[in-house]
Design a protein around this ligand. Structure first.
Ligand code: PMP
Length: 408
């Protein structure tokens, strides 16, 4: 008899069969058993259901959206509108009549759209915004651009840094109160950090700024990886911005979800042009696939692999795992390793990160090795990042650990 998995009541064998069945649905993964794709934080692989949806769309209804009056065009318009609703449903939007979904090419494009099309019109002279200086550059540059844009119009806005604790890899909620003031009008946060993999505890930011300040969430590393519910009181945010391509859809896809409650309604400006209809078809299929599989199960699987890798690395003396999260782990009662969501970043004491990346690829491991687009990072901040999705296996992690152990 097989042991029962303590956390979700299914046996280890059942979980392994479940995962094997899912992995088999990724053609690029199964075509290369000699390789291990460990770079899903950059972009995800695509299941057959997504590839099929793209093929079906292009071979049955390809047309422009919102323009024609013939069946292909109507079907395309329906697809785009249906997928807007699908995004709301996927995010468990409790009030879909009072929210907006705008398709983008990814998180960078989405954050820039929130900055340019909404924030720039929302701020007035003397306002302050809080933005993360240690997160992905995509979640810093657009806010700085707004400050410049407004300065050109004679509107002075102060940008303050969200306080950050490098040791824990989380925002420093104790220092937050010190930077929030009566003119704080907007906060940009990240849900899961793209280097440290930790959940950034957005509820603490909400608690610090109070109920009325709009919060924009960079959910690039959470949507598609773990349940992201805007109905959850712990995720009381006004914008959710994500990349479809990191959530199993095609490259060039993403979305902004905006709650039309605080401040003026988000309306992407200007002429929108032709939408990425093929991308939207892929996004609909990806969200269907993820909901059918269950993002909670995806998160448990990648969480278990992440914990295995983190614990394994801790036993290997030459390696340092970045963003230890020890303090948060102790506070929340959750072991530090289990707070990571599918991302582990580390360095070797003596081997430069880009060399380590080459060595790992010579053993078939595709990882990210550089300064990881982190705002403020320099060449010396290089590291190796392993990032996972549901197609990765225990065997891949163990093989990686044994190769890492052989490098002294
Ligand atoms: N934010 C975070 C946290 C990310 O990890 C990434 C991608 N690495 C981005 C934003 C940018 O996403 P995209 O490349 O899809 O624009």
């Amino acid at each position: 008899m097989s042991a029962t998995h303590p956390r979700h009541g299914t046996s280890r064998d059942e979980t392994a069969d479940w995962q094997r069945g899912l992995r088999e649905q990724f053609p690029l993964i199964t075509a290369h058993p000699e390789l291990a794709y460990l770079d899903s934080a950059a972009t995800s692989q695509k299941p057959r259901a997504v590839l099929d949806a793209v093929q079906t769309y292009l071979t049955t209804s390809n047309a422009n959206a919102g323009r024609g009056t013939y069946p292909w065009a109507n079907r395309t318009t329906e697809l785009v509108e249906r997928t807007r609703q699908r995004v709301k449903e996927f995010l468990r939007d409790p009030d879909p009549r009072r929210s907006t979904v705008h398709f983008t090419s990814g998180t960078t494009d989405g954050l820039r759209s929130v900055a340019r099309d909404w924030l720039a019109a929302y701020l007035t002279d003397g306002d302050e915004i809080l933005v993360p200086f240690a997160d992905h550059r995509a979640n810093l540059d657009p806010w700085l651009e707004v400050r410049h844009l407004l300065a050109d119009r004679g509107v002075e806005v102060r940008v303050r840094a969200l306080p950050y604790q490098t040791a824990s890899g989380d925002y420093d909620h104790r220092a937050l109160d010190g930077v929030v003031g009566p003119r704080t009008r907007f906060v940009a946060v990240t849900h899961v950090h793209h280097v440290y993999g930790g959940d950034m505890n957005v509820h603490r930011v909400r608690a610090a700024v109070g109920p009325d300040v709009p919060i924009c969430l960079d959910a690039a590393q959470s949507v598609g990886h773990l349940p992201v519910s805007v109905a959850d009181p712990a995720l009381d945010v006004d914008f959710v911005v994500f990349s479809g391509h990191k959530a199993l859809a095609l490259p060039g896809t993403g979305a902004v979800w905006a709650r039309n409650a605080r401040g003026p309604v988000f309306r992407p400006g200007g002429w929108q042009g032709t939408p990425n209809t093929v991308g939207v078809a892929s996004l609909e299929a990806a969200l269907d696939w993820l909901d059918a599989v269950g993002t909670d199960r995806v998160a448990r699987w990648t969480g278990a692999l992440t914990a295995r890798l983190t614990e394994g690395l801790r036993r290997l003396a030459p390696y340092e795992v970045l963003g230890c999260q020890a303090s948060l782990g102790a506070e929340s009662g959750v072991p530090a390793a289990q707070r990571r969501h599918g991302i582990v970043t580390f360095r070797h004491r003596d081997i430069p990160s880009d060399d380590l990346g080459f060595i790992l690829f010579s053993h078939g491991f595709m990882v990210r090795a550089d300064s990881l687009c982190q705002a403020g990072a320099t060449e010396q901040d290089g590291s190796v990042r392993v990032s996972l999705h549901v197609y990765n296996t225990v065997e891949e992690i163990d093989r990686l650990l044994s190769v890492l152990a052989s490098l002294h």
